[in-house]
Design a protein around this ligand. Structure first.
Ligand SMILES: *Cc1c(COP(=O)(O)O)cnc(C)c1O
Length: 377
């Protein structure tokens, strides 16, 4: 079976984990967590990075930091993972879903202004497949209406918008290190903060509402409960594994790019004949090969292709069911304007296997099977 995903293992992970075990300190914010923080600060130009237990938790922290209150509205695409919305719903927000652009599957920046009301507090963008949203337009709208911009950059590590790392363009950005992402530690995430004035509170939220981070740095002589908060910091074991992966991110992404490019070249003839659509990368975006997707005619054709590939021992998957069509999405959100693309395009999209170290032979098997499906054997 050719799997859909296979988390990378570079070989240095075990050595780093051994160092943690020998140090006899496994809790969070040890040397490997600090190494990871420094890595983000040096490689992404973020003012501050904080490791979290997941991207979901980084988003929850962001929702608290922008002070979402019941009745506030938050604008986002409906074509995304549940956590993008859930983090804000937990604080009482009403979600206002906006349609996507069919070329990138990202929120349509030209529809955002129509969704702004007196209650709007933030715009949450999702950089689908590590391809950036049209951030200059979005930042201009946020500036006009005094809104926060939070980037769900779960899929975006290593990708750029006009030479700026995804996750550092808005006020805050959230990364995921779930095992399905380019760089992972099983479960993990990071919050990247650009507004210096949010950093102190972020440290407190992450440490159960206490100023323990300041205490460790020797800035206060005892720590105390100051604010709401939770336990959002990962163990050193996860940080050690993650650090090994971060150090090899160029190697991981370069290897994935070989697969991405081979898929693109190999499937071009099918696209030229009108059988499928291929991903589009706008000129100002440098993507990170997080996802390779194709779009077929409709949901029926997609189901047939999934079955066809499955019969050839190839695992392909689709996502997302648009949030505004789900029971919770209906309860907690509303769709602004018409759903011209979100449902239609989500039903056409199919993700092909994509992981570090894919064998050339497997790539060719996948391409040959897709061609056989459309041309007949
Ligand atoms: C993976 C993902 C998340 C959730 O990440 P976790 O680390 O599993 O919490 C959120 N948003 C998007 C767009 C994702 O792809």
């Amino acid at each position: 079976m050719i799997p859909f995903n296979r988390p990378p293992c570079l070989g240095t992970e075990l050595e780093y984990i051994r160092q943690v075990l020998e140090s006899r300190k496994l809790c969070g914010d040890g040397p490997f967590t600090k190494n990871c923080h420094q890595w983000f600060e040096e490689n992404t130009d973020t003012s501050r990075a904080l490791l979290t237990t997941s991207c979901t938790h980084a988003l929850e922290m962001a929702a608290i930091l922008v002070d979402i209150k019941p009745g506030d509205e938050v604008i986002m695409p409906s074509y995304t993972f549940v956590s993008t919305a859930n983090a804000f719903v937990l604080r009482g927000a009403k979600i206002v879903f906006v349609d996507i652009r069919p070329d990138t599957m990202n929120i349509d920046e030209n529809l955002i202004e129509d969704a702004v009301t007196k209650r709007t507090k933030a715009i949450v963008v999702v950089h689908y497949a590590g391809v950036a949203c049209e951030m200059d337009t979005i930042l201009a709208i946020a500036h006009t209406y005094k809104l926060f911009v939070i980037e769900d950059a779960a899929q975006g590590i290593g990708a750029k918008y006009k030479s700026r790392s995804l996750g550092t363009v808005g006020n805050m950005g959230c990364y995921s290190f779930h095992e399905t992402k380019n760089v992972s530690c099983g479960e993990g995430g990071a919050l990247l903060i650009q507004d210096e004035e949010l950093v102190e509170r972020a440290e407190i939220l992450r440490e159960k509402g206490t100023n323990r981070s300041k205490f460790w740095r020797g800035q206060v002589d005892k720590y105390t409960w100051l604010d709401i908060g939770s336990s959002y910091l990962p163990s050193e074991l996860n940080a050690a594994y993650l650090y090994a992966q971060l150090q090899s991110i160029d190697k991981i992404n370069a290897d994935r790019l070989k697969t991405w490019n081979r898929y693109y070249e190999g499937l071009k003839p099918l696209a030229e004949k009108g059988h499928i659509d291929l991903p589009h990368i706008p000129q100002e975006c440098e993507h990170n090969t997080h996802i390779f997707y194709i779009k077929v005619k409709d949901i029926e054709e997609r189901n047939k292709l999934i079955d066809y590939l499955n019969a050839a021992s190839i695992l392909s998957v689709f996502h997302y069911i648009p949030l505004h069509t789900s029971p919770a999405g209906k309860q907690f959100g509303r769709f602004q304007g018409i759903d011209r693309w979100t449902t239609k395009e989500s039903e056409r999209l199919l993700r092909l296997p994509m992981y570090y170290g894919m064998e050339e032979m497997d790539r060719e098997t996948i391409l040959n099977n897709i061609k056989a499906f459309f041309y007949g054997k």
